[in-house]
Design a protein around this ligand. Structure first.
Ligand SMILES: Nc1ncnc2c1ncn2[C@@H]1O[C@H](COP(=O)(O)OP(=O)(O)O)[C@@H](O)[C@H]1O
Ligand SMILES: [Mg+2]
Length: 434
């Protein structure tokens, strides 16, 4: 079986590793830069831009691929799934119209509202025509979050208290957003603990992966600027220390209703990953956003635990047979920690060499370039280290040992997955729920 894998990061590195566990699965990988982890797992690679649809199409056809697996959101937003479909090649990943679940925050909020699906905070969508009405809305919500209605690479959302303080600043930012985007979503700020529930769907059935918690802030104790994610953890009972089974079920119920709503709204089946960013609040589980692909780092926590063959799951998604499959996971804890360049995310050092030592952790390459004389960082998160253990303490030790041995101009968050930090999250939930 020939599979086209699109993407060049650590997320695609773990997807590649998991697909290759089936001996019949051969990978043909199209990436923006040469990821040595992916290259080592592939029959053939092609380096190119994700917006060059002809190049992707030619590579797929030349290698007779049976289906494609789309890693990154920008490819989905360019409509790569539609292009491949027109050549008779199915994909794991939604068509452009349905990728709006991620690319348009207003599409998702409005969909939930129209279909009376629980999980929305109070929100309103503003454009140039109704921005004058924003003051009334700001007066009825407790705290403010402003979200540009489009892909911003994780850099567009601004939260009151973190990025701005006053209503006037919120209005000014909304107006600034409207210079570049059609609309802006303004919503109530929720207090709670965030978690990621990544799901697979064939448009009819939804199956979920274990819950994961990511850490967006660059520095220890959740301080500093937002990043793509500095690391993440999951627990051996497949829940989280602050999250009960009933909360995961609430989140899954929301995702199932969204899958049904998408079909009833568009007549098209959503096939691929539906990754919900949720937050547990005093009023139960609320939805922060959906992504139309796996999380990075969260893919690293869950895919290595999968006991069911991923290549088989992909085939089931394509023929819409997911209802007949049961997916199973190893009951292990995981901790993932990223080594990132000094200065990341605002002023990262670039073209600096790093050296990785051998350890018990799994290694997934992200923004690195393999040259003749070694591995160089390209400015974003460099290498992810995953510890797997019988409990969090064991998993954290493995990840920490590996990431702290990297030589070069890098840093990482020592606190991810530690008892101390997780204890604070449990306390936070106790404080707001009681
Ligand atoms: N309604 C909300 N209340 C509180 N925090 C929020 C809310 N919406 C978003 N955030 C915070 O902002 C971050 C980014 O928002 P998100 O919707 O995930 O956008 P993106 O990932 O596209 O940047 C979230 O992870 C969360 O920490
Ligand atoms: Mg997000």
């Amino acid at each position: 079986m020939n599979i086209l894998l699109l993407g060049h990061g650590a997320r695609e590195n773990v997807i590649a590793e998991t697909i290759r566990k089936s001996s019949y699965a051969k990978l043909f990988s199209y990436m923006k830069s040469n990821n040595p982890g992916i290259a080592a797992l592939s029959e053939k690679i092609e380096i190119g831009s994700y917006s060059d649809m002809d190049k992707v199409k030619d590579f797929a056809k030349k290698n007779n691929v049976d289906f494609a697996f789309i890693g990154p959101e920008d490819s989905l937003s360019f409509g790569v799934v539609d292009v491949l479909q027109s050549e008779g090649i199915d994909a794991i990943g939604p068509v452009k119209m349905l990728a709006k679940l991620e690319t348009s925050k207003s599409f998702t909020r409005n969909l939930l509202q129209k279909h009376e699906i629980e999980g929305n905070p109070k929100f309103m969508v503003f454009g140039k025509e109704n921005i004058d009405e924003i003051d009334d809305f700001l007066n009825i919500i407790e705290g403010i979050v402003v979200k540009p209605d489009g892909l911003t690479g994780g850099k567009g959302v601004k939260v009151q208290g973190d990025h701005f303080n006053t209503k006037e600043e919120a209005v000014a930012y909304c107006k600034e957003v409207l210079e570049k985007h059609e609309s802006v979503v303004v919503e109530e700020k929720l207090d709670g603990e965030e978690f990621s529930l990544q799901c697979l769907t064939d448009g009819k059935t939804v199956l979920s992966f274990p819950a994961v918690q990511d850490h967006k802030r660059a520095y220890e104790d959740d301080k500093g600027p937002n990043t793509g994610g500095m690391g993440s953890y999951s627990c051996e009972n497949l829940l989280l220390p602050f999250l009960k089974k009933e909360h995961v079920n609430e989140a899954l119920k929301i995702t199932k209703k969204v899958v049904d709503a998408i079909y009833s709204e568009t007549g098209t089946y959503y096939k691929g990953i539906m990754y919900g960013g949720f937050i547990l609040t005093k009023d139960g589980v609320k939805l922060i956003e959906y992504n139309a692909r796996f999380g990075d780092p969260e893919a690293m926590n869950v895919l290595p635990l999968l006991k069911t063959e991923l290549a088989g799951i992909c085939q089931a998604i394509i023929v819409q047979d997911l209802g007949k499959l049961k997916i199973e996971f190893k009951k292990k804890a995981t901790v993932c920690k990223y080594a990132v360049p000094e200065g990341y995310p605002d002023n990262p050092v670039k073209n600096e060499k790093i050296e990785i030592q051998s350890s018990n952790a799994k290694i997934y390459y992200a923004s690195v370039d393999k040259k003749q004389d070694g591995l160089y960082m390209t400015g974003s998160r460099a290498v992810a280290f995953l510890g797997i253990g019988d409990n969090l303490e064991e998993a954290e030790k493995i990840a920490e040992e590996a990431v702290s041995k990297v030589k070069g101009k890098v840093f990482h968050r020592k606190d991810i997955g530690t008892k101390e930090l997780i204890g604070k999250k449990v306390e936070h939930i106790k404080r707001i729920v009681d």
